[in-house]
Design a protein around this ligand. Structure first.
Ligand SMILES: CC(C)(COP(=O)(O)OP(=O)(O)OC[C@H]1O[C@@H](n2cnc3c(N)ncnc32)[C@H](O)[C@@H]1OP(=O)(O)O)[C@@H](O)C(=O)NCCC(=O)NCCS
Length: 166
């Protein structure tokens, strides 16, 4: 059986990434163009968990101002010039490979990339009841502004804005 390892995402991985996204975020559709754009804009923040050419998981992160949540299913156009705060847009594993310890290496590997790019912290929106998981990865929920709170409502019950130092 070929090894299952995290490696940089490439353009030909996008189809497999979308399959994992559809299985992981059934209520939050994002178009193929969004995945392609994130990879084009900030490839250092995009990794896949691959077994030979099969994609079993992915992580996407990019520079984004602290305290702001990027719109879902939208093209960003361009990224901010600042490289101190980052946003972890998605971490998802195919259901077959969950619970096997693959999540933490992805978080640490992407954290190293973001640190190398000049980052001091990264944030995310916890969904799918993953607050405890993200706490175990070093993220803490932060008090959300009224604007963030409004946006969180569209992410479903229990969504939380969380931050971790890099
Ligand atoms: C979230 C996700 C990536 C986690 O991957 P996973 O393989 O299930 O995670 P693991 O089982 O390796 O857990 C990693 C660690 O977090 C802990 N953990 C997992 N879920 C937890 C929870 N709900 N509460 C507290 N700790 C949790 C595990 O105990 C483990 O700790 P350990 O390393 O000390 O043993 C995976 O479940 C997934 O893809 N879910 C669907 C997509 C999703 O919701 N992504 C997050 C969106 S914000």
């Amino acid at each position: 059986m070929p090894a299952l390892d995290w490696r940089p995402m490439r353009a030909h991985d996008i189809g497999g990434v979308i399959d994992v996204a559809r299985a992981s975020f059934p209520d939050h559709f994002e178009a193929r163009a969004c995945f392609e754009e994130r990879l084009a804009l900030f490839p250092q923040g995009c990794l896949v968990l691959a077994q030979a050419e099969a994609v079993k998981g992915y992580v996407i992160a990019y520079p984004w101002p602290k305290g702001a949540i990027p719109p879902l299913n939208s093209l960003l156009g361009q990224l901010p010039d600042a490289r101190d705060s980052f946003y972890l847009h998605d971490l998802a594993l195919h259901p077959d490979v969950r619970g096997q310890g693959h999540a933490s290496p992805a978080v640490e590997q992407v954290a190293r990339e973001l640190r190398a790019a000049g980052g001091h912290e990264f944030a995310l929106v916890s969904v799918n009841g993953t607050k405890g998981f993200w706490r175990s990865m070093g993220f803490d929920p932060v008090a959300a502004s009224a604007d963030i709170q409004r946006k969180l409502e569209s992410y479903g019950e229990g969504a939380a804005y969380m931050i971790r130092k890099l």
